[in-house]
Design a protein around this ligand. Structure first.
Ligand SMILES: [Zn+2]
Length: 316
Protein backbone atom coordinates (compact mmCIF):
# COMPACT_ATOMS: atom_id res chain seq x y z
CA UNK A 1 0.00 0.00 0.00
CA UNK A 2 2.76 2.35 1.00
CA UNK A 3 4.58 1.81 -2.30
CA UNK A 4 1.38 2.54 -4.24
CA UNK A 5 1.05 5.78 -2.31
CA UNK A 6 4.68 6.68 -2.92
CA UNK A 7 4.50 6.02 -6.63
CA UNK A 8 1.30 8.08 -6.83
CA UNK A 9 3.04 10.87 -4.92
CA UNK A 10 5.93 10.71 -7.39
CA UNK A 11 3.54 10.94 -10.31
CA UNK A 12 1.65 13.93 -8.93
CA UNK A 13 4.55 16.05 -7.69
CA UNK A 14 7.12 17.91 -9.82
CA UNK A 15 10.28 16.14 -11.02
CA UNK A 16 12.50 19.05 -10.16
CA UNK A 17 12.64 21.04 -6.95
CA UNK A 18 14.37 24.41 -6.60
CA UNK A 19 15.48 25.08 -3.01
CA UNK A 20 16.89 28.55 -2.42
CA UNK A 21 18.73 30.43 0.30
CA UNK A 22 20.54 33.70 0.97
CA UNK A 23 23.04 32.82 3.68
CA UNK A 24 24.42 29.77 5.45
CA UNK A 25 26.12 30.65 8.73
CA UNK A 26 26.09 30.01 12.47
CA UNK A 27 26.41 33.76 13.13
CA UNK A 28 23.78 35.75 11.16
CA UNK A 29 24.99 39.23 10.23
CA UNK A 30 23.26 42.45 11.27
CA UNK A 31 22.43 43.48 7.72
CA UNK A 32 19.98 40.60 7.21
CA UNK A 33 19.17 39.54 10.78
CA UNK A 34 15.75 41.23 10.60
CA UNK A 35 14.85 39.96 7.14
CA UNK A 36 15.28 36.19 6.96
CA UNK A 37 16.50 33.18 8.95
CA UNK A 38 19.96 32.31 7.72
CA UNK A 39 20.41 28.52 7.64
CA UNK A 40 22.89 27.09 10.16
CA UNK A 41 25.77 25.10 8.69
CA UNK A 42 24.49 21.85 10.27
CA UNK A 43 20.96 22.39 8.98
CA UNK A 44 22.24 23.19 5.51
CA UNK A 45 24.36 20.05 5.50
CA UNK A 46 21.27 17.99 6.44
CA UNK A 47 19.23 19.78 3.76
CA UNK A 48 21.79 18.63 1.19
CA UNK A 49 21.22 15.00 2.28
CA UNK A 50 17.45 15.53 1.99
CA UNK A 51 17.81 16.88 -1.54
CA UNK A 52 20.19 14.08 -2.54
CA UNK A 53 17.60 11.62 -1.27
CA UNK A 54 15.01 13.29 -3.47
CA UNK A 55 17.05 13.24 -6.69
CA UNK A 56 20.22 14.29 -8.50
CA UNK A 57 21.71 17.79 -8.49
CA UNK A 58 21.54 19.70 -11.75
CA UNK A 59 22.84 23.04 -13.00
CA UNK A 60 21.51 25.55 -15.49
CA UNK A 61 22.80 23.72 -18.57
CA UNK A 62 21.05 20.45 -17.70
CA UNK A 63 17.88 22.29 -16.72
CA UNK A 64 17.87 24.20 -20.00
CA UNK A 65 18.43 21.03 -22.06
CA UNK A 66 15.71 19.10 -20.23
CA UNK A 67 13.34 22.07 -20.58
CA UNK A 68 14.00 22.45 -24.28
CA UNK A 69 13.53 18.72 -24.86
CA UNK A 70 10.59 18.62 -22.45
CA UNK A 71 12.08 15.45 -21.00
CA UNK A 72 13.07 15.00 -17.35
CA UNK A 73 14.55 11.51 -16.98
CA UNK A 74 14.31 11.19 -13.19
CA UNK A 75 14.04 13.46 -10.17
CA UNK A 76 16.33 16.43 -9.74
CA UNK A 77 17.10 19.44 -7.58
CA UNK A 78 18.75 22.76 -8.32
CA UNK A 79 19.91 24.81 -5.34
CA UNK A 80 20.31 28.56 -5.66
CA UNK A 81 21.49 31.47 -3.53
CA UNK A 82 20.22 35.02 -3.94
CA UNK A 83 21.96 38.37 -3.38
CA UNK A 84 25.59 37.14 -3.68
CA UNK A 85 26.40 37.20 0.04
CA UNK A 86 29.91 36.30 1.24
CA UNK A 87 28.50 33.54 3.50
CA UNK A 88 27.92 31.52 0.34
CA UNK A 89 31.64 31.51 -0.44
CA UNK A 90 32.72 31.07 3.19
CA UNK A 91 30.27 28.46 4.52
CA UNK A 92 27.84 27.07 1.93
CA UNK A 93 30.39 26.19 -0.75
CA UNK A 94 32.63 24.11 1.61
CA UNK A 95 29.55 22.06 2.64
CA UNK A 96 28.46 21.62 -0.96
CA UNK A 97 31.96 20.55 -1.99
CA UNK A 98 31.94 17.86 0.73
CA UNK A 99 28.68 16.49 -0.67
CA UNK A 100 29.51 17.01 -4.33
CA UNK A 101 26.66 19.40 -5.00
CA UNK A 102 26.90 22.66 -6.94
CA UNK A 103 24.49 25.59 -6.93
CA UNK A 104 23.48 28.64 -8.94
CA UNK A 105 24.29 32.05 -7.47
CA UNK A 106 22.06 34.98 -8.43
CA UNK A 107 23.85 38.29 -7.98
CA UNK A 108 22.93 41.99 -8.08
CA UNK A 109 25.30 43.85 -10.37
CA UNK A 110 25.38 47.00 -8.18
CA UNK A 111 26.42 45.13 -5.03
CA UNK A 112 29.27 42.82 -6.11
CA UNK A 113 32.52 43.50 -4.16
CA UNK A 114 30.61 45.63 -1.61
CA UNK A 115 30.08 48.45 -4.15
CA UNK A 116 26.72 49.30 -2.55
CA UNK A 117 24.22 47.93 -0.06
CA UNK A 118 20.69 46.57 -0.72
CA UNK A 119 18.15 49.03 0.77
CA UNK A 120 16.49 46.34 2.90
CA UNK A 121 19.90 45.48 4.41
CA UNK A 122 20.19 49.15 5.31
CA UNK A 123 16.84 48.93 7.12
CA UNK A 124 18.05 45.87 9.04
CA UNK A 125 21.26 47.68 10.03
CA UNK A 126 19.31 50.69 11.31
CA UNK A 127 17.21 48.32 13.44
CA UNK A 128 20.41 46.90 14.93
CA UNK A 129 21.74 50.35 15.82
CA UNK A 130 20.96 51.61 19.34
CA UNK A 131 19.05 54.90 19.08
CA UNK A 132 18.77 57.11 22.15
CA UNK A 133 15.63 58.93 21.03
CA UNK A 134 13.09 57.24 18.69
CA UNK A 135 11.86 60.71 17.65
CA UNK A 136 15.01 60.89 15.55
CA UNK A 137 13.56 58.13 13.38
CA UNK A 138 9.85 59.01 13.61
CA UNK A 139 10.62 62.52 12.32
CA UNK A 140 11.24 61.03 8.86
CA UNK A 141 7.73 59.63 8.65
CA UNK A 142 4.20 61.03 8.54
CA UNK A 143 2.42 62.28 11.62
CA UNK A 144 -0.06 59.34 11.42
CA UNK A 145 2.81 56.82 11.47
CA UNK A 146 3.49 57.58 15.15
CA UNK A 147 1.39 54.59 16.20
CA UNK A 148 3.32 52.17 14.01
CA UNK A 149 6.47 50.52 15.36
CA UNK A 150 9.82 51.71 14.00
CA UNK A 151 10.49 48.14 12.94
CA UNK A 152 7.38 48.03 10.78
CA UNK A 153 8.01 51.47 9.31
CA UNK A 154 11.61 50.64 8.36
CA UNK A 155 10.82 47.22 6.95
CA UNK A 156 7.95 48.63 4.87
CA UNK A 157 10.03 51.26 3.11
CA UNK A 158 9.70 50.73 -0.62
CA UNK A 159 12.35 50.83 -3.33
CA UNK A 160 11.28 54.32 -4.46
CA UNK A 161 11.47 55.64 -0.91
CA UNK A 162 14.87 54.13 -0.16
CA UNK A 163 16.62 57.51 0.18
CA UNK A 164 14.90 57.88 3.58
CA UNK A 165 17.14 55.08 4.86
CA UNK A 166 20.28 57.07 4.02
CA UNK A 167 18.81 60.13 5.72
CA UNK A 168 17.89 58.19 8.86
CA UNK A 169 21.35 56.60 8.95
CA UNK A 170 22.95 60.02 8.84
CA UNK A 171 20.73 61.24 11.67
CA UNK A 172 21.73 58.33 13.93
CA UNK A 173 25.43 58.36 12.94
CA UNK A 174 25.32 55.09 11.08
CA UNK A 175 27.78 55.05 8.20
CA UNK A 176 26.85 52.49 5.52
CA UNK A 177 29.98 53.29 3.57
CA UNK A 178 32.13 52.46 6.55
CA UNK A 179 30.12 49.28 7.20
CA UNK A 180 30.82 48.16 3.64
CA UNK A 181 34.52 48.83 4.12
CA UNK A 182 34.79 46.84 7.32
CA UNK A 183 32.28 43.99 6.82
CA UNK A 184 32.31 41.20 4.29
CA UNK A 185 28.75 41.64 3.01
CA UNK A 186 28.98 40.54 -0.62
CA UNK A 187 31.27 38.22 -2.55
CA UNK A 188 33.93 39.91 -4.64
CA UNK A 189 33.99 39.63 -8.42
CA UNK A 190 37.12 37.49 -8.04
CA UNK A 191 35.35 35.06 -5.68
CA UNK A 192 32.38 34.80 -8.04
CA UNK A 193 34.71 34.03 -10.95
CA UNK A 194 36.52 31.45 -8.86
CA UNK A 195 33.23 29.71 -8.00
CA UNK A 196 32.16 29.83 -11.63
CA UNK A 197 35.40 28.08 -12.58
CA UNK A 198 34.67 25.44 -9.93
CA UNK A 199 31.38 24.64 -11.66
CA UNK A 200 28.92 26.94 -9.89
CA UNK A 201 26.47 28.70 -12.19
CA UNK A 202 26.01 32.45 -11.94
CA UNK A 203 22.84 34.33 -12.85
CA UNK A 204 21.38 37.83 -12.60
CA UNK A 205 19.19 39.07 -9.75
CA UNK A 206 18.61 42.65 -11.06
CA UNK A 207 20.82 45.71 -10.68
CA UNK A 208 19.82 46.85 -7.19
CA UNK A 209 16.94 44.64 -6.07
CA UNK A 210 13.62 46.46 -6.63
CA UNK A 211 10.29 44.68 -6.25
CA UNK A 212 9.40 44.27 -9.93
CA UNK A 213 5.71 44.91 -9.28
CA UNK A 214 6.66 48.40 -8.06
CA UNK A 215 8.61 49.50 -11.15
CA UNK A 216 7.36 50.06 -14.69
CA UNK A 217 7.81 47.45 -17.46
CA UNK A 218 10.71 49.28 -19.11
CA UNK A 219 12.58 49.55 -15.85
CA UNK A 220 11.94 45.84 -15.23
CA UNK A 221 13.60 44.95 -18.54
CA UNK A 222 16.51 47.30 -17.88
CA UNK A 223 17.09 45.85 -14.40
CA UNK A 224 17.05 42.28 -15.70
CA UNK A 225 19.11 42.79 -18.83
CA UNK A 226 21.78 44.90 -17.14
CA UNK A 227 22.37 42.29 -14.45
CA UNK A 228 22.42 39.52 -17.08
CA UNK A 229 24.94 41.45 -19.19
CA UNK A 230 27.06 42.01 -16.09
CA UNK A 231 27.11 38.28 -15.32
CA UNK A 232 27.92 37.44 -18.93
CA UNK A 233 30.85 39.87 -19.00
CA UNK A 234 32.17 38.74 -15.61
CA UNK A 235 31.98 34.99 -16.13
CA UNK A 236 31.67 34.45 -19.88
CA UNK A 237 28.67 32.18 -19.25
CA UNK A 238 26.59 31.27 -22.28
CA UNK A 239 23.38 30.72 -20.29
CA UNK A 240 21.45 33.78 -19.21
CA UNK A 241 19.51 32.94 -16.04
CA UNK A 242 17.55 35.47 -14.03
CA UNK A 243 15.99 35.20 -10.57
CA UNK A 244 13.42 37.88 -9.71
CA UNK A 245 14.32 39.97 -6.67
CA UNK A 246 11.64 39.34 -3.99
CA UNK A 247 9.09 37.79 -6.34
CA UNK A 248 7.70 37.70 -9.89
CA UNK A 249 4.26 38.68 -8.58
CA UNK A 250 2.39 40.93 -11.01
CA UNK A 251 5.02 40.70 -13.76
CA UNK A 252 3.32 40.51 -17.18
CA UNK A 253 3.86 37.89 -19.91
CA UNK A 254 5.45 40.57 -22.06
CA UNK A 255 8.45 40.75 -19.73
CA UNK A 256 9.29 37.09 -20.26
CA UNK A 257 9.20 37.52 -24.03
CA UNK A 258 11.54 40.49 -23.96
CA UNK A 259 13.93 39.93 -21.06
CA UNK A 260 16.66 38.09 -23.00
CA UNK A 261 16.92 35.27 -20.47
CA UNK A 262 17.14 31.55 -21.21
CA UNK A 263 15.78 30.63 -17.78
CA UNK A 264 13.94 32.65 -15.14
CA UNK A 265 13.07 31.90 -11.52
CA UNK A 266 10.46 33.08 -9.03
CA UNK A 267 9.87 32.42 -5.34
CA UNK A 268 6.29 31.06 -5.24
CA UNK A 269 7.33 27.76 -3.55
CA UNK A 270 6.35 24.54 -5.36
CA UNK A 271 4.22 25.61 -8.29
CA UNK A 272 3.94 24.90 -12.00
CA UNK A 273 4.22 27.83 -14.34
CA UNK A 274 2.53 28.35 -17.72
CA UNK A 275 5.84 29.73 -19.03
CA UNK A 276 7.96 26.75 -19.93
CA UNK A 277 11.37 28.14 -18.94
CA UNK A 278 10.18 29.88 -15.76
CA UNK A 279 10.54 27.97 -12.50
CA UNK A 280 9.33 28.61 -8.97
CA UNK A 281 11.71 28.12 -6.03
CA UNK A 282 11.16 27.15 -2.42
CA UNK A 283 12.96 28.86 0.47
CA UNK A 284 14.52 26.63 3.14
CA UNK A 285 15.34 29.52 5.47
CA UNK A 286 13.02 28.61 8.30
CA UNK A 287 14.38 28.28 11.83
CA UNK A 288 13.29 25.17 13.69
CA UNK A 289 12.20 23.24 10.62
CA UNK A 290 14.28 20.54 8.95
CA UNK A 291 14.63 20.36 5.19
CA UNK A 292 12.49 17.22 5.00
CA UNK A 293 9.77 18.84 7.16
CA UNK A 294 9.66 21.83 4.81
CA UNK A 295 9.67 19.66 1.71
CA UNK A 296 6.94 17.31 2.96
CA UNK A 297 4.76 20.23 4.05
CA UNK A 298 5.13 21.96 0.70
CA UNK A 299 4.51 18.76 -1.26
CA UNK A 300 1.28 18.27 0.71
CA UNK A 301 0.31 21.89 0.06
CA UNK A 302 1.07 21.38 -3.62
CA UNK A 303 -1.14 18.27 -3.78
CA UNK A 304 -4.03 20.13 -2.16
CA UNK A 305 -3.59 23.00 -4.64
CA UNK A 306 -3.49 20.45 -7.46
CA UNK A 307 -6.80 19.01 -6.33
CA UNK A 308 -8.44 22.41 -6.57
CA UNK A 309 -6.55 23.43 -9.70
CA UNK A 310 -4.45 26.12 -8.01
CA UNK A 311 -1.01 24.61 -8.53
CA UNK A 312 -0.23 26.85 -11.51
CA UNK A 313 0.88 30.47 -11.47
CA UNK A 314 -1.55 32.77 -13.24
CA UNK A 315 -0.19 35.64 -15.26
CA UNK A 316 -1.47 38.19 -17.78
ZN1 LIG B 1 17.23 38.85 -3.33
Amino acid sequence: MKSVFLSLLKKLTPNVIFPFYHAVTDHPAQHYKNLFDARSIDCFSQDLDTFKNFGDPIGLKQLLTMTEENYFPGRFFMISFDDGLSEVYDFAVPEMEKKEVKATLFINSDFVSNADLFYRYKASLILETPVSDPIKIYSFFDENDKNTSIRELLLNIKYHEKKILDQIAEAINLDFHQYLQTSKVYMTGKQIMELHQMGYDIGGHSVDHPLFHDIDPEEQLLQARQSLDFVETLTGTDIRAFAFPFSDWGVKDEFFKKCDADLTFGTAKIKQDPIKNHFQRLSFEENGKSGSQILNREFSAYLVKRLIGKHRTKRR
